[in-house]
Design a protein around this ligand. Structure first.
Ligand SMILES: [Zn+2]
Length: 179
């Protein structure tokens, strides 16, 4: 082996080690990111232990991006749809205070409850609210009667959850997964 071959050999060896290190490092970053997301979901589940489901129903439309059944446009569905007969009692999943009771053409009759850990829950397409803005709410209390108001293709409650920072959460993951 002459000097030149040794240099080449060393060069290739160092390059491969560097590449190997880069790949290892990148994989570790990805693994860490996944672990962080899973850890956060775990924390949210823990924070919500003892919460109730506001309605016992099978989810008819999940959280996330979907094609809107009415407009046919692709959009972000910020909650889950829970199909129940008109007039079904909607229970508060936890203690809280009614933040707002309102109407608009999209969600029909709606209300929002702010809970003690900073989370809030929202309910849309209601027949009517049984509480008013500022009311203190106990876990399990009837908040409203479900309905089919606003832009809706059938009787259901559109249920949303936000964390303390105002980010929408998937109720299927953080609440409906708790038995
Ligand atoms: Zn919905």
């Amino acid at each position: 082996m002459n000097k030149r071959q040794v240099y080449w050999g060393l060069g290739i060896g160092i390059s491969l080690t560097g590449l190997g290190f880069l790949i290892f490092h990148r994989r570790k970053e990805l693994t860490d990111a996944v672990e962080q997301v899973e850890q956060k979901a775990g924390e949210v589940r823990q924070k919500l232990e003892g919460w109730l489901k506001p309605l016992a129903a099978k989810i008819s439309s999940p959280f996330g991006y979907r094609t809107n059944p009415v407009t046919k446009e692709k959009q972000f569905h910020n909650g889950i749809d829970l199909p129940v007969p008109v007039g079904t009692s909607v229970k508060s999943p936890m203690d809280g205070v009614v933040e707002n009771v309102y109407f608009n053409s999209l969600g029909g009759n709606q209300l929002i409850v702010k809970h003690s850990n900073g989370f809030s829950t929202g309910y849309a397409h209601l027949t009517k609210a049984l509480v008013k803005k500022g009311d203190k709410i106990k876990k399990g209390q009837s908040l409203a009667l479900s309905g089919n108001t606003g832009r809706s293709t059938g009787p259901h409650v559109h249920f949303t959850m936000k964390d303390a920072k105002g980010n929408y959460l998937d109720p299927a993951k953080v609440l409906y997964s708790i038995s």
